[in-house]
Design a protein around this ligand. Structure first.
Ligand code: UD1
Length: 429
């Protein structure tokens, strides 16, 4: 298994291009199942999760064509993916595939919409909490779907087709909103989704569905109204920039000090995280080119932050913020409200010398003067990148094991950081 070695201490200076958003790409690829025509996605990031979803779609008979690199394309350009679900040959999503990536459970909705049935494996356990699918199933039932659980599989049937209905989520759920939107787009009649997730990736999928001929109003708000149509058509859509990747590098620069332009990053997608950086004493400047992050000399001020659904501070940046606060001048508090058990990075940050105590969903971080390199282990995607951030400021060498977590969600991480002066190297074994 590959490892990453980081020798900390130096600042980051230069430009980091921001890739297309993983969390928009996955549901957009799944949305291709809603039409017989071709969906073309631009700015798709090169990530292990994208390849994995391609396998899952192939299993349903979907043709996924990734563009090869042409001579004149910039090396950091995202890829163009052409997806054609003209013939869905299989409505089963097997355990072996779904258990590797939770988001693949979302194929349930388009399979039901196109074929009137789906058999999708329950996703199973996950490192960051129980992450149930009850709300996703509730949404499908509201649209006239009959659901049974058989041998670890959700067996869903809509023999008379999907019917519009009223869906009121008791909790904001990104995945629930994605499946409700996709199913409602092809349902018979009108669907209202209340307490819908407002995450930019949900908006991106809704925008793409509209290009495909869906009738959706209230996009970007917590009340979506969808007038179902009989058919959707092909379309071409550019994936929005990855706000979590941008936020991650912003925290990295805040940690090491330096001056980096996050090229293509959109401040409106991560205002809450930028506000926290400013509060911590970091200089943040936005322009047409992206977001510039600067910290020179000044220390890091402690902050109090609670994770919340968008537009609040994202849970997907919680671990990265905690890494930064390990070096703050004082005591910080971070409360996680989205996922229970999303503190797996705490033990590993402690191995680098961080002082963090946990009380239920609240972490108290006492800033220390120095972190020291050590071998650490990543447990999930965002936790592993928080270890990278801490390592960049630690004295000596840190070895981050289980790098496959990083490859799931961060495109060319070593190269992007390396070009800004980080001493970072992948060691293959
Ligand atoms: C998505 C993101 C993930 C992000 C999360 C929250 C993708 C591929 N993943 O995950 O990176 O951390 O949103 O912003 O886009 N819940 C239920 N029942 C359900 C569904 C969810 O109780 O049926 C709970 C979850 O356990 C969690 C909360 O709702 O506590 C939010 O989860 P949700 O927004 O659904 O997360 P995902 O869509 O899985």
């Amino acid at each position: 298994m590959d490892r990453i070695r980081i020798t900390g201490g130096g600042p980051l200076n230069g430009t980091i291009p921001i890739s297309g958003a993983k969390n928009a790409t996955l549901p957009l690829m799944i949305a291709s199942l809603l039409t017989e025509e071709t969906l073309i996605l631009d700015n798709v990031p090169h990530l292990a999760d994208v390849v994995q979803l391609q396998r899952i779609l192939n299993n349903h008979g979907v043709d996924v064509m990734l563009s090869g690199k042409r001579a004149h394309t910039a090396e950091n350009a995202g890829q163009t993916v052409k997806i054609s679900a003209a013939n869905i040959v299989d409505t089963t999503a097997p355990y072996e595939l779904v258990s590797k990536m939770r988001a693949s459970f979302w194929v349930l909705a388009p399979l039901l919409a196109r074929k009137g049935e789906a058999r999708v494996s329950l996703p199973g356990g996950c490192a960051i909490g129980t992450r149930p699918v009850d709300l996703l199933l509730m949404a499908m039932e509201k649209l006239g779907v009959n659901i049974e659980i058989e041998a670890g599989y959700v067996v869903a049937r809509a023999p008379k087709g999907l019917q519009g209905g009223e869906i009121n989520f008791s909790k904001v759920t990104v995945g629930g909103t994605h499946v409700a939107l996709m199913a409602a787009a092809l349902a018979n009649g009108t669907t209202v989704i209340d307490n819908a997730a407002r995450e930019p990736e949900v908006t991106d999928v809704a925008d793409c569905l509209v290009k495909m001929g869906a009738k959706i109003s209230g996009i970007g708000t917590s009340r979506l109204v969808i007038d179902g149509v009989a058919k959707l058509n092909g379309a071409r859509h550019r994936v929005l920039p990855d706000r979590i990747e941008a936020g991650t590098y912003a925290f990295a620069v805040a940690m090491t000090g330096g001056d980096v332009l996050l090229e293509g990053a959109r401040p409106d997608l991560l205002q809450s995280a930028l506000d926290v950086l400013v509060e911590a004493g970091v200089k943040v400047t936005s322009s047409n080119e992206g977001i510039r992050i600067q910290r020179n000399g000044a220390g890091i001020a402690p902050v109090r932050v609670t994770t919340e659904p968008f537009p609040g501070f994202p849970t997907d940046l919680q671990a990265q913020l905690m890494a930064l606060m390990t070096r703050a001048k004082g005591t910080s508090q971070i409360t996680e409200t989205i996922f229970e058990n999303r503190f797996m990075h705490v033990q590993e940050l402690a191995r680098l010398g961080a002082r963090i105590s946990l009380d239920g969903q609240m972490a108290t971080i006492e800033g220390v003067d120095k972190l020291k390199g050590a071998p650490v282990m990543a447990t999930d995607l965002r936790a592993s990148v928080s270890l990278v951030i801490a390592a960049l400021a630690a004295e000596g060498d840190t070895y981050v094991n289980r790098v496959y977590h990083l490859d799931r969600g961060f495109e060319r991480l070593e190269e992007k950081l390396g070009r800004c002066g980080a001493q970072i190297e992948r060691l293959s074994s």
